[in-house]
Design a protein around this ligand. Structure first.
Ligand code: FAD
Length: 403
């Protein structure tokens, strides 16, 4: 009889792994165990069009619910896997054990929480799931003051939706600029300007001291200054959900360590998506990626390996963010020591920042500039050595910059 593949986690990677197992010809049973009550859904719209109310819940689903039944994929939703018995090849859940031949861990990540006086008060929110947004949305009323903790992608996307809806928005950030962890000062400064123009207030180098209030936060104390708040949303990063793997004795280093085939330190257990750490040839080091691209591509690699057609994972990392009418598309992984080459003028809101490492293209941030993103991604994959002057010259079409 063909193997039973059990997938723990009901998100982007789980849905892709199940679908790819079937399309690669896996004939045995497939079971997804997911702790959320929804079938696998896309998270990116949660801080964009689902938060703004422009997208209905059923548009978030990665596959229509009928797909799973039609494809013979069992969905155990609202069920948390609590332990893995590797010698008995069983996953424990409160609803009974599930036996597996191969196991895929696609447990994703969970939000980092604030640990300050008052941070557990009722109007302090996080944004990771449909359930989180459903709690937040009723507070999105014109004129209310939203304090956002963290000026990363999630914080800025929420700020854009809130400012567009007429809320007063303050963003509190521990670093000296927005998006400091992921991009260059020129891109940070561009987004800072866009948000300020929309009325968003930034508090950088912020020492967040305390949330004051009785049953709800009324004031946020930042650098000794009191910010009156109607509600707070924290977007201060995520942590890999790797505890099942760690408890089962798999190798875990700030994420479940996988090889280029998505295999963990147990040959019958694979992992994909946010919960993993892998050696990335483009970064030249082990990385943990938090992106749809990685969840999908790693899940495909895992399905290929399980169905006996192993392929190495060697995709250029890419990501996007939507804020106002701007689309930021990023390929590769920026490093602070990279040489920054600008193409186009930030004042036009259509430009790109390219990052050269020892003359070789390592990453690109493209704003409303799809050709720069697409060509940039290809050139990163090729390890192209580029002349900064040609790259910066908008008169030379992107397809010719490398020649
Ligand atoms: C608000 C938001 C906006 C984003 N925007 C973008 C974007 O614009 N572009 C982009 O590329 N990426 C974006 N991302 C990141 C992207 O959504 C994630 O990288 C992607 O969802 C990762 O997929 P995953 O399957 O690894 O994990 P997840 O989607 O997190 O799914 C993991 C699932 O496993 C479940 N689970 C965990 N432990 C257990 C257990 N023990 N038992 C059962 N189930 C379990 C979790 O509840 C969850 O449902 C965004 C993320 C968020 C939250």
């Amino acid at each position: 009889m063909a193997d039973h593949v059990v997938i723990v986690g009901g998100g982007q990677a789980a849905a892709q792994a199940a679908a790819s197992l079937r399309s690669e010809g896996h004939a045995g049973a497939i079971t997804i165990i997911g702790e959320e009550i929804h079938p696998p859904y896309q998270r990116p719209p949660l801080s964009k069009k689902y938060l703004s109310g422009e997208l209905a819940e059923d548009r978030l689903f990665i596959k229509p619910p009928e797909f799973y039944e039609a494809s013979g994929i069992g969905l155990k939703l609202g069920v948390t896997a609590t332990a893995i018995d590797r010698s008995g090849k069983r996953v424990a859940t409160p609803k009974g054990d599930v036996a597996y031949d191969r196991l895929i861990l696609a447990t994703g990540s969970h939000v980092r929480r604030l640990n300050l006086k008052g941070s557990s008060l009722a109007n302090v929110f996080y944004l990771r799931s449909i359930a989180d947004v459903d709690l937040i949305r009723p507070h999105f009323e014109k004129g209310k003051h939203l304090v956002i903790i963290g000026a990363g992608y999630i914080g800025l996307e929420v700020a854009a939706v809130a400012a567009t809806r007429g809320l007063k928005v303050s963003v509190v950030e521990i670093a000296s600029r927005c998006l400091a962890r992921v991009t260059s000062p020129v891109i940070s400064s561009f987004f800072d300007g866009v948000h300020r123009k929309a009325g968003v207030h930034f508090h950088y180098d912020a020492r967040l001291e305390i949330f004051e209030g009785h049953d709800r936060v009324e004031d946020v104390l930042v650098n000794g200054e009191k910010l009156n708040a109607d509600f707070v949303i924290a977007g201060i990063g995520i942590l890999p959900s790797d505890h099942l793997a760690r408890d089962a004795g798999l190798t875990v280093e700030n994420g479940i360590v996988v090889d280029e085939f998505g295999r963990t330190s147990d040959p019958d257990i694979y992992a994909a998506g946010d919960c993993t750490v892998h050696f990335n040839p483009f970064a030249g080091r082990k990385v943990r990626l938090e992106s749809v691209q990685n969840a999908i591509d790693q899940a495909k690699i895992v399905a290929a390996a399980i169905t006996g057609k192993p392929k190495s994972y060697a995709e250029v990392p890419w990501f996007w963010s939507d804020q106002y009418d701007l689309k930021l598309q990023t390929a590769g992984l920026f490093s602070p020591t990279d040489q920054v080459v600008l193409r186009g003028d930030p004042a036009t809101a259509k430009f790109a920042a390219f990052y050269l490492r020892d003359g070789v293209l390592a990453a690109v941030d493209a704003i409303n500039a799809a050709p720069e993103f697409m060509m940039g991604k290809l050139l990163i994959a090729k390890g192209a050595r580029l002349d900064p002057a040609r790259l910066a010259d908008p008169a030379i079409p992107m397809k010719n910059v490398a020649t």
